[in-house]
Write a protein of this length. Sequence first.
Length: 347
Amino acid sequence: MEDYLQGCRAALQESQPLHVVLGNEACDLDSMVSALALAFYLAKTTETKDVFVPVLNIKRSELPLRGDSVFLLQEIHIPESLLIFRDEIDLHTLHQAGQLTLILVDHHVLPRSDAALEAAVAEVLDHRPIEQKRCPPCPVSVELVGSCATLVTERILQGAPEILDRQTAALLHATIILDCVNMDLKIGKATPKDKKYVEKLEALFTDLPERNDIFDSLQKAKFDVSGLTTEQMLRKDQKTIFRQGIKVAISAIYMDLEAFLQRSGLLADLHAFCQAHSYDALVAMTIFFNAHNEPVRQLAVFCPHAALRTTPREEFESGPTAVQASLGCLGCVMTAEDWSEYSQVIL
Ligand SMILES: [Mn+2]
C-alpha cells in the first residue's frame, strides 16, 4: 500500500487521465479506507496503463479532526504526507479537460457543489440505502452492510486476493470493526457479510490486532479532543441549519460542558467562529461518558446578537423543529423539559 501511494503522488505531477476513487465529504474512517483500498485494488488489477488514485474528500488541514483515521494511519505506518486530499487536486478542471473518471465509495450522491462532476462518475460502491432519484447513471453496487470496507474487502478477495498486503488488510479489518461496533450482534450494525470478511482477514493475516484492542483504541482516538483548538472542536462534528433567515451552527463537543466553558479565550473563539462563518447562533452540544460509561449530554447556546437570544428557546419549545431534527441527527433528542433545564447556559 505504501509504495502504491508513493506512486500516486508522483502520478499527480504528470498531466494524464486519472481514475479517482472518492469517498464522502465527511471523510470518516470508512470513506478514507474504502477509497485507499479500492484504488489500490483497481491499480493492481488493471491491464491497461490507467492510473487510479484515492482522494480524501476533505482539505488536508481537516485531517487532525479525524482522530481515528490519524491513529490508524500511525499504527500501520502510512505517512499522512502520502495521502491526496481534495484541496490538492482540482477535479473540476480535470473533468473539463476530459481527463477525469470518478469512482464513488461510501456514498452515491455528489454534493451540490460537485454536481458538475456527475458525468464523470463511472462506478459506485456503497452500503447505504439508495436515493433513486439522485443516483448517477452508471453501474451502482449498493449492499446494506455495516461498512463499505466490507464490500471493498469482498471485491479484493474475490477478484485478486494475492494483491492484499498486511497494511491494506489492517486498514480494512480495523474499519469494519469500528463501523460494526466491535461486531456486536446486539447493536445490530454488523451483518453476516461483515462478520464473514472480518474473519477472512483474520485468517489470512493472523497477526492483526485483537478486535477489542483495535476497537477501544479507535473509539478513544475518535473522541479524543485533547489536542484540538476550540475552533477545531467546533468544526469536528458540526451541522448547519437555516431557519427563518437565521443560520445556526450545531456542534457536538466531546467533553464535559464545565470543562468546555472553562477553556481560555472561549467567548472570543466562539465570536470569531460565528463571525468567520456568518452564524447567527451556535449550539454546542457536549457529550461525555461518566464513570458508568453512560453518555451525559449538555447544551450551551452562544448567540452574539442580543435580539436573537430568545429565539432558540422558542424554537425548542414549539415541537419538532429544524433545530430538534438537527440535534436528532447528532444523536440527541431534546424535549421542552430538557431544554428548560439547559436554557440557563445561554452565553
Ligand atoms: Mn460508511
